[in-house]
Design a protein around this ligand. Structure first.
Ligand code: ADE
Length: 254
C-alpha cells in the first residue's frame, strides 16, 4: 500500500512513522508513506498557502491552487485513489472504515490547517472526508496519523502476531476483554483464576463473556450491530447483576 500525505507540516509525521509497528511495516515494505509539503507547490515568491476568507470574519483559509498542484502534480489529474480530507465535518472514523481503506492499494490524505480549506478543494478534488471525533484539533495532521495507524496495523503481516488484530476492541464489534500479565499478585491484587488454569477452552469462553459484558456496560450501543451467536445472546440475557460481575475488574479510582 502507498499512502501520500499532503500537509503543511510533514515533519510532525516522521517520529511516529519511525516507531514500533509503523516503522516495521515501512521497513518490510508493507506500506510506503510519502510526505508532501503543500508549501513546496505554492508558486509565488513567499510560498503563501493561506488567505483571508471572502466575506470577512476571523481566521485564514487554505488556498486551492497549492493543494490542487500538490495532489495533481503527484498523483495526476483525477487521481485513481481515494483523496481523503481530514475534517471534523467528515464521516466518523471507526474500525469498519479502517478496514475499508486498508484494501486500497493507494491513498491520498489531505491535512487541513487554519479555519479549513477552500470549499472548491472539497468539491472538486476530495473524494472522501473523515473525522476522528466530535472535537476540533488545530489541524488534520494528528487525524491523518491516527488514520494511518488504524489502517496499517490491519495490513496482513503488520502485527507480530498474525491474529493480533482479531481480538482488538471494535474488531468484532465488541470491546476487548481485560488483559493481565505477570506477576500473578501485585500489591495484593490477583488475576482471575481462569487465566492461570491452563484450560484454553475456559479461557476462551471467559474472554468472550468479558468482551460481551464490557461492551454491555460501557458501550451498549455497539451490541446492536455486533455479530452475536445464540450463546452470546443467552449469556447477555442471563446477565443482570449476578455472577459475571465479580470478574469485572473494579475501578477503584473512578
Ligand atoms: N481537523 C481538525 N479537527 C479534526 C477532527 N476532529 N477530525 C479530523 N480532522 C480534523
Amino acid at each position: 500500500m502507498r499512502i501520500n500525505v499532503f500537509t503543511l507540516f510533514p515533519e510532525v509525521f516522521q517520529p511516529y512513522l519511525e516507531t514500533s509497528i509503523l516503522h516495521r511495516a515501512i521497513q518490510s515494505q508493507l506500506v510506503q508513506v510519502n510526505l508532501h509539503n503543500i508549501r513546496d507547490w505554492a508558486t509565488d515568491r513567499h510560498h503563501v498557502t493561506d488567505d483571508e476568507p471572502y466575506g470577512g470574519g476571523g481566521g485564514m483559509v487554505m488556498k486551492p491552487e497549492p493543494i490542487f498542484a500538490a495532489i495533481e502534480g503527484t498523483l495526476g489529474v483525477e487521481p485513481d485513489c481515494p483523496v481523503v480530507l481530514l475534517t471534523p465535518q467528515g464521516r466518523l472514523l471507526d474500525q469498519s472504515i479502517a478496514y475499508e481503506l486498508s484494501y486500497q492499494p493507494e491513498l491520498a490524505l489531505l491535512s487541513g490547517r487554519y479555519e479549513g480549506v477552500d470549499e472548491r478543494v472539497r468539491q472538486y478534488l476530495v473524494t472522501d472526508e473523515i473525522s476522528i471525533g466530535d472535537y476540533v484539533l488545530s489541524g488534520g495532521e494528528l487525524p491523518a496519523m491516527v488514520l494511518i495507524d488504524a489502517v496499517v496495523r490491519l495490513l496482513p503481516g503488520a502485527l507480530g502476531d498474525p491474529t493480533g488484530a482479531l481480538d482488538d476492541s471494535h474488531a468484532s464489534g465488541l470491546l476487548e476483554y481485560p488483559h493481565y500479565t505477570r506477576p500473578s499478585e501485585f500489591r495484593g491484587w490477583g488475576v482471575p483464576e481462569v487465566l492461570t488454569s491452563g484450560d484454553h477452552a475456559r479461557v476462551a469462553r471467559w474472554r468472550r463473556e468479558q468482551a460481551l459484558l464490557r461492551t454491555y456496560l460501557r458501550r451498549p450501543d455497539l451490541l446492536a450491530s455486533a455479530e452475536l451467536s445464540d450463546e452470546d445472546r443467552a449469556y447477555l440475557d442471563k446477565f443482570t447483576q449476578d455472577e459475571a460481575m465479580k470478574d469485572q475488574p473494579t475501578d477503584e479510582r473512578k
